[in-house]
Design a protein around this ligand. Sequence first.
Ligand SMILES: [Zn+2]
Ligand SMILES: [Zn+2]
Length: 284
Amino acid sequence: MLFIVSELILVMLIDSHTHLEMEDFDGDRDAVVERARQAGVEFMITVGTSITYCRKALDLASRYGEVYVAVGIHPHDVKDIDDGTYDELRKLVAMEKVVAYGEIGLDFFRDLSPRQVQMERFGEQLELAEEVDLPVIIHDREAHREILDMLGSRRERLRGVIHCFSGDLTMARQCLDLGFSISVPGTVTFDKATELQRVVQYVPLEFLLVETDAPYLAPQPYRGKRNEPAYVVKTAAKIAELKGLSWEEVACQTTKNAKTLFGLNGRDRPGGSSLRPVGLPSII
Ligand SMILES: [Zn+2]
Ligand SMILES: [Zn+2]
């Protein structure tokens, strides 16, 4: 189903963060991509979390025109980084269809890599992202203060998005002040996601992206099932409801935001913007 706003413009969406390379999709990946097309998903950014998954993600991008890739080592896996990893990452980021560096960050919820190691490897990967001039995709679980400190110390040189945003209004404001966008996952459709819903109401549409993080975090009415890129439609619909906007406005603007950040407009390298929000209401 495509949404036709006028005779000339088709409204489409970008799933800015998915994991199509994961084994969950090995059995029916073609059908998953086809359902995304039918739902109006124009592009998907599939996010490699290890060298093995990054290679698989790049292979998928060569097979599916609408699939682009983010390359990086997830905080869960940074304990496995060794001397050769960064050389390999430098080769991978130079490949066609790589539009972002990530997901990188800190996960103090599951702690699958020691915290000190996570902090050190996060710093190194931020440096690499700067070196290769790509926008970053940030993973933050229960490490809000440390994430803000580390991004803040490099604010002039970085651009990117906080994926699966899990902070409060104050943190949202701080991320915007750093020039970062905020990506909204399907959990915004859950009744209990009141803080995230407040964040969505507060943040100007020009700074929001939508994502699935599939196969995780399926939105209502699919909660508990495997998530997939087609379901990003549900997230956009919820944002429209929360902000009192039309679905088309949310789809058009979030797509424009993702295209600008990841350089999906024609053949440009990812550019991002130096846009900072002005005139935001204060947080009470
Ligand atoms: Zn993540
Ligand atoms: Zn992810």
